[in-house]
Design a protein around this ligand. Structure first.
Ligand SMILES: [Fe+2]
Length: 116
């Protein structure tokens, strides 16, 4: 694993401990109406909560709609590694989340959101 490389889930049926803690878990609707505000929740990770303590914590995550950055959330060790955002979209996109752990680097996940 290189710190210069964005990690992601390699095999959903055989997750490593690092993947269980770090891959952003995205909760969002599959489809929305154009321009309608909807909620997206991002949590690190899914099966195992990522530690949030001095020396090891999730520093931030960025959300991209396609190639456009639409949000950035910064954490301190005082936070839980989870946030809910309100977004609106004009067209169907791949919503991508990239998070950064100060020890384990960048991790990403993505989901498609259809706009009707
Ligand atoms: Fe970590």
């Amino acid at each position: 694993m290189s710190k210069y490389e964005v990690q992601t889930l390699k095999d959903p049926n055989d997750k490593t401990v690092l993947e269980k803690k770090h891959v952003p878990f995205i909760t969002a609707p599959d489809s929305v109406k154009k321009g309608e505000v909807f909620e997206v929740t991002v949590k690190m990770g899914k099966e195992i909560d990522h530690p949030m303590e001095e020396g090891h914590f999730i520093e931030f995550f960025d959300v991209y709609a396609g190639d456009m950055k639409v949000a950035n959330v910064t954490f301190t060790p005082e936070c839980e590694a989870e946030a809910t955002l309100k977004l609106k979209l004009d067209e169907t996109v791949t919503l991508k989340v990239e998070e950064y752990c100060n020890l384990h680097g960048y991790w990403k996940n993505e989901t498609e959101i259809k706009v009707k």
